[in-house]
Design a protein around this ligand. Sequence first.
Ligand code: ZN
Length: 231
Amino acid sequence: MKMKLVVTRITILLCGFLLFQISKSRTFQFFGGLTARVNTKQKVVALTFDDAPSPYVNKVLAILKEKQIKATLYEIGKAIEQYPEEARSIVEEGMEVGNHSYSHERMVLKSLSFINTEIQNTNRLIKSSGYQGEITFRPPNGKKLFGLPWYLLQHNIKTIMWDIEPDTYVTGNSDTIVKYTLSHVQPGSIVLLHPFCDKEFVADREALPKIIEGLLSKGYRFVTISELLKY
Ligand SMILES: [Zn+2]
């Protein structure tokens, strides 16, 4: 009897661990598939920045404008309401805009109606900032399990992850962020940075011009997510 209980507990723990690993996988989800990188031999790369807009929008847009780069910015609905001017500037500068939920809550074990409200409210806000292109989705904290992938598949919305995330491996130092990015990037890579986030991500803002310079000198061309998906 006792043995049976132990086995059941271990099985539950293992299943929980497995589902947790799947929920944060960059390359697998249960429904509809996702994109973490595009398989191509062409030297193209997509820069993606999460958690836009914020007070750092002008600073980041100035860097992109100077280098004549178009990036893809994943916006949080609540932040668009807080920084509507910044959201409009992003569209005016010709950036691609994606949906990063309304509240930035982890979309794991949430109801379909919660997911629907989060995504549709944010799509509406993105459109009201003037954006007219296709809107892809990036899960907050990269987390998804059953409901979110199912919803996205039903609504024909693409899930976009990333294959290069220097913040996970090196933090707080712009030189190591640049070095990590340049040594790991491949043709078709999707780079995730957080230049719109607060103080602890100051290194991402400092690294950005150097990452762009470094990739250009390696012969890379910058594309948006919707352009990358055509390769
Ligand atoms: Zn985020």
